[in-house]
Ligand binder design. Structure first.
Ligand code: BJ8
Length: 425
């Protein structure tokens, strides 16, 4: 990697801590990803992206800013990338997956806050995230109570927060609220970018976002074979990079990997032996560099074949219908797509149960591991409903609750190994 210290200093990062973070993440990446056997060759792209995670991509964002483009940071898959793209802005996911700056974060948040929220504060307060520092606007959303209340303090820390309200029920009123919020968001984007959203620009945004989803869904579908042609770790990585890479380049790279996976499937070539127990992951999102649980699973003689998560199919399923003739009609298409996202913050949330069962069938999973972050009420509460429903359908289910620390790694490994024994054919 080139020397980017000057750029990082310009962004106000704490260079010493930041260097340390890069070293830790680089080492973890090497141990977890590069040690895997038989990876698809096309994964070189993601190795490169990860090696430049705070380098080249940030430089690209800086260049975009110089050209007058705006950088929009997000924390949730409910923020419609299509509308961001329609004002030629760049959409970047800001969720972090490491225990960093938690002590500082706890000056603003109760200790019993989930790691995802704490890391959003921690990364900002420890001055280690060039993505946060590059943003012109950060979009928060009223989803779980934790996020909703946390944004009240986050607003003062970052100084450029915009909060979007979201419905909690899949009702007619809920859909109307979502549409009103998306229109308000579109207006805000027009205001900060100085660009008007047109039918053409919105159609283009929809096309780019749809293509990105099609590519990642194509990769997901190719994992239904036994042996599966790509590891869960590598597929998760693609789903994580989905949030901050250039969308067009990302689409091309994922499609190239899919061509390779198709060839592997034709030849019966996989990353694990045929008959290896297949696990579907379900639950809270996993942001970079949160690889703890997938790593434990895939080093316990099992393979992950799908992710029912926002860093996975919950976030990528369904496309936007681009057939509208006016901006309003196109926004309707966008609302229709996003309103189907079955996050546990919705009540009731039956479509998530159906989606998990459908994924088990499609990807021929032998069991489901429900991943709940400690102190995440929506997913922890819903996990009991998920477990009951799946076990009733004869699908073995393991509920785990964890955080970003490594302290429970040994205990998790023991439980996961026992689960793998249970689901072995
Ligand atoms: S659509 S899953 S990205 S809200 S883990 S912060 S729920 S207490 S992340 Fe999410 Fe949007 Fe839903 Fe997806 Fe709260 Fe739970 Fe923490 Fe969470």
């Amino acid at each position: 990697m080139a020397d980017y210290h000057e750029m990082w200093a310009g962004l106000g990062l704490d260079l010493k801590t930041h260097d340390m973070v890069l070293e830790i993440v680089g080492k973890a990446y090497q141990d977890i990803f590069l040690s895997q056997k038989n990876r698809p060759k096309g994964m070189w792209y993601f190795d490169f992206v990860m090696s430049e995670i705070h380098g080249l991509r940030i430089k690209e964002l800086m260049d975009a800013k110089e050209q007058g483009r705006k950088i929009i940071g997000t924390f949730c898959v409910f923020v419609p990338e299509e509308i961001v793209l329609a004002v030629d802005a760049v959409c970047i996911g800001l969720c972090a997956g490491a225990e960093l700056g938690f002590e500082e974060a706890e000056k603003y948040l109760p200790r019993n806050t989930c790691s995802l929220i704490k890391s959003a504060f921690g990364f900002k307060l420890a001055k280690v995230c060039p993505y946060i520092e590059s943003t012109d606007l950060i979009v928060g959303e009223n989803t779980c109570d934790g996020k909703k209340k946390a944004y009240e303090s986050y607003k003062d820390i970052v100084g450029n927060l915009y909060v979007m309200d979201l419905p909690q029920m899949k009702s007619t009123e809920g859909r109307a609220l979502l549409k009103a919020e998306y229109k308000k968001f579109a207006q805000k984007l027009e205001e900060i970018s100085g660009k008007k959203i047109t039918v053409e620009s919105l159609k283009k945004g929809i096309e780019i976002a749809n293509n990105k989803r099609k590519a990642i869904n194509r990769m997901a579908a190719l994992r239904s074979t036994d042996p599966t042609p790509i590891s869960g770790l590598d597929a998760l990585l693609a789903n994580q990079v989905f949030f901050y890479d250039d969308p067009v380049r990302f689409t091309g790279s994922v499609n190239a990997i899919c061509d390779e996976l198709e060839a592997r499937n034709r030849e019966g070539m996989g990353v694990a032996a045929k008959g290896t127990p297949r696990i579907l992951l379900s639950g809270c999102p996993m942001a970079v560099p949160n690889w703890k649980v997938p790593y434990i699973i895939e080093t316990s003689n099992a393979v992950i074949v799908g992710e029912e998560m926002c860093t996975g199919e919950r976030g990528t399923q369904n496309l936007v219908n681009a057939n509208g003739n006016t901006v309003d009609e196109l926004i309707n298409g966008i609302v229709d797509r996003y309103f189907q996202i079955d996050c546990a913050v919705f009540t009731p949330n039956p479509s998530r149960l159906e989606h998990i069962k459908k994924m088990v069938k499609e990807y021929k999973a032998d069991g489901v591991l429900h991943y709940g972050l400690q102190f995440c009420q929506p997913y922890q509460m819903e996990s009991k409903i998920v477990e009951k429903e799946l076990e009733k359908a004869g699908i073995p289910t393991l509920l785990i609750e964890t955080d970003y620390s490594q302290e429970d790694a040994g205990q998790l490994k023991t439980r996961i190994e026992a689960f793998v024994e249970r689901i072995k054919k």
